[in-house]
Design a protein around this ligand. Structure first.
Ligand SMILES: *Cc1c(COP(=O)(O)O)cnc(C)c1O
Length: 392
């Protein structure tokens, strides 16, 4: 019996690591219906509340009427249509880069960019806590692959000493499971000193950080020389789907020629690009969304500290509560659910062993009263669960 899948699944269950998909029966938003139950949710990445915005929906509808619903072919054959092109130009403007290239997902953008830029004889250095798609891109590239300590420019510098060939340094802008922000000025300094390129995946920063939503690069005021390869995704603050890489003319042309996840896939539906153009406009013009979100983040952190929860070093909408044990994290998530709240427990292997947590995400669509409800429920659940039993 070569494939003993049942045993693998049973082992997963025994470790409290078995994953299940909640069934969403409503549009995305703070108030959802999941598996038949109305819930107040703090777990989506729709940070600006645009995924169900009437103007974005209308842009999609009009786009479908004008362009149809399917991309029809890959970009290089005959799938590169007007809305894709217009969106790329708008994203280049948002990022202040000469060009941007649209991908169907962030996973593909990361796989495509890393594998197009480095290969055998080169080096890729990644933060230990990078998103899985960046790690997978590094492994697939065939370059020498090494991880540096989380957000540690000195650890990076040590590894840069031993780097060979073209060297790509890769980091999340905002770390997706911790919510902390990469120390980009320091990482960029080290990379530049060694002639390496810095690639930043700012999936969670675009729309939420920077005065005009330009993300972590705008937050730090960094240039294209500091961050030659800049990735953003469209399924989070933009509220739609897809991703982009922004950079120089030569970078984008190289991706068009060599990034296999770009070349060998059907373009996203053009109507989706129409919707994203509208959400980009809202993301840039409606500053109140970012301001309201910042207020909620401050409210949540102050309240959580008062009740003694273990927060992480984050000023972003990702506000995890460290629990430690995977079973306890699951238990807390279940207890919140019984009170009508949905907060996801994140367990290994998504986070390191012993690092299970409740991953609270706040969005501009939440109200202060809803955050207050969450804080009250958390206080009750932690008291009810009692202190963690000490380990022998
Ligand atoms: C969500 C995410 C991705 C993947 O983007 P998709 O468009 O959902 O495939 C990549 N990187 C980071 C840091 C992410 O959080």
């Amino acid at each position: 019996m070569p494939f003993d899948l049942a045993a693998r699944l049973a082992a997963r269950r025994a470790e409290n690591l078995y994953r299940q998909r909640p069934l969403l029966e409503s549009p995305q938003g703070p108030e959802v219906v999941v598996d038949g139950q109305p819930l107040l949710a703090f777990c989506n990445n729709d940070y600006l509340g645009l995924a169900n915005h009437p103007q974005v929906i209308e842009a999609w509808r009009e786009g479908a009427a004008r362009w149809g619903v399917g991309g029809g072919a890959s970009h290089l054959v005959i799938g590169h249509s007007g809305p894709h092109h217009a969106l790329e130009e708008a994203l280049a403007e948002l990022t202040g880069r000469p060009r941007a290239l649209l991908f169907t997902t962030g996973y593909m953008a990361n796989l495509g960019a890393v594998t197009a830029l480095v290969g055998q004889g080169d080096t890729v250095l990644e933060d230990r806590l990078n998103h899985a798609s960046l790690i997978d891109g590094g492994l697939l590239s065939g370059a020498r692959f090494n991880r540096y300590l989380h957000n540690d420019a000195r650890s990076l510098a040590q590894r840069l000493e031993k780097a060979v060939g073209n060297t790509l340094v890769v980091t999340d802008g905002v770390f997706s499971m911790d919510g902390d922000v990469a120390d980009l000025p320091a990482l960029a300094r080290e990379a530049k000193a060694k002639g390496a390129w810095l690639m930043v995946d700012d999936a969670h920063g675009f729309g939420t950080l920077g005065a005009s939503g330009g993300g972590v690069v705008e937050h730090f005021g960094l240039s294209q020389e500091d961050v030659p390869v800049l990735v953003g995704t469209l399924g989070k603050a933009f509220g739609t789907a897809g991703a982009f890489v922004a950079g120089s003319e030569e970078l984008i042309e190289s991706l068009v020629q060599f990034a296999r996840p770009y070349i060998y896939t059907t373009s996203q539906p053009p109507a989706l690009a129409c919707a994203t153009l509208k959400s980009l406009e809202l993301l840039r013009s409606e500053d109140w969304r970012r301001e309201h979100l910042q207020r909620l983040i401050r409210q949540f952190r102050q309240g959580a500290e008062q009740i003694g929860l273990q927060l992480m070093d984050s000023f972003t909408p990702i506000q995890p509560i460290l629990v430690g044990d995977a079973g306890r994290a699951m238990q807390l998530s279940r207890m919140l659910r019984e009170r009508g709240l949905m907060v996801t427990a994140i367990r290994p292997p998504t986070v390191p062993a012993g690092g299970a947590r409740l991953r609270v995400t706040l969005t501009a669509a939440h109200s202060e009263a809803q955050v207050q409800l969450l804080l009250e429920a958390l206080a009750e659940c932690f008291v009810q669960l009692g202190p963690e039993p000490s380990h022998a």
